[in-house]
Write a protein that binds this ligand. Structure first.
Ligand SMILES: [Zn+2]
Length: 74
């Protein structure tokens, strides 16, 4: 179905969503926009930058990157 200028004006947000099928964050469900929320492709879907970095930092907490520290003394 072609869309005329008039259709754009009368379209509801819901119709827009159906038309463009925006990608949503698989974690928080926010509609992803590359320039505002970020759009990170991850295993199983996409995430906004907030969720991506949150998961990323949690992952780092569990698996710290770095050289094992030598403990002095003890
Ligand atoms: Zn998110």
């Amino acid at each position: 179905m072609p869309i005329s200028g008039k259709d754009w004006v009368t379209m509801t947000d819901e119709d827009m969503v159906k038309l463009f099928k925006p990608t949503k964050c698989m974690t928080c469900g926010v509609t992803l926009h590359e320039s505002t929320t970020g759009c990170r492709v991850v295993e199983g879907g996409c995430q906004c930058s907030d969720c991506y970095f949150k998961d990323f930092s949690e992952e780092l907490d569990h698996h710290p990157i770095g050289i094992p520290r030598m403990h002095r003394g003890a």
